[in-house]
Design a protein around this ligand. Sequence first.
Ligand SMILES: [Zn+2]
Length: 269
Amino acid sequence: MGVLTKISEHVYWMPPGPPDRPSICAVVGERRTLMLDAGSSSAHTRAFVDALMSEGVAHPTAVVYTHSHWDHVFGGAELGALVIAHASTAERLLELAATDWSDEALDRRVAAGHDSPQHAANVKEELPSPRTVEVAPADIVFHDALELELGGVTVRVRHVGGDHCAESSVMYVEADRFLFLGDCLYASPAGVLTAELAFPLYDTILGFDAELYVEGHSTSVLPRREVEALREKLRAAEQAVREGATLAEPDEDTEHFLQAFRAGRATAT
Ligand SMILES: [Zn+2]
């Protein structure tokens, strides 16, 4: 279980953990607390809220979602707070609520090739059978952007899209120069990155004047220079794949980018 850490003046972070728990954060203002993504289950959300309480932080008034992948939203109902989501995410939440999450249904979707075996295994581990999954619908829906005033701190939410999920939105806490990325920089669930979406996305992300970045499934807070370094590796990998060149001793990030761009070219042709 990740330990709650205060990473800047207004932001608390619980790092990701097994089986597929993502980073979740709270932004604490004088009047309101806002949660960023809800976690993978009631147990995950409860652990986060309990940790906030023991720090003397007020219960979240609302949660805002980066995207609707199950591991970021299944904990939402437990919170009993307003759910804020992009229009496309809001639509998808309704579909998730109407989906059968039994072991049998999970296995059927894996057999049909709709979901990966890892996905089914993660859901089963996070939510032991027999499971009831209550997916909270969105209460507040935005289209391009939204600003939330928490009292002495503003959170700017912006829809950015990308290869991982067209829904992806990010949250910027200007006072702390903190950007919550969710999974937006990652490859698609099929492992694909495209130059068309990835390059503009990195430009958008670095266009915020952030110094601290939290990603959905990265166990460290990234300083700006690391996100800039990732963009350089991304560029080098994309160029190598486009030109059919080989890179000498690519590091882990570069190797991942090479594979994802190759997968992107394979599906594009
Ligand atoms: Zn995701």
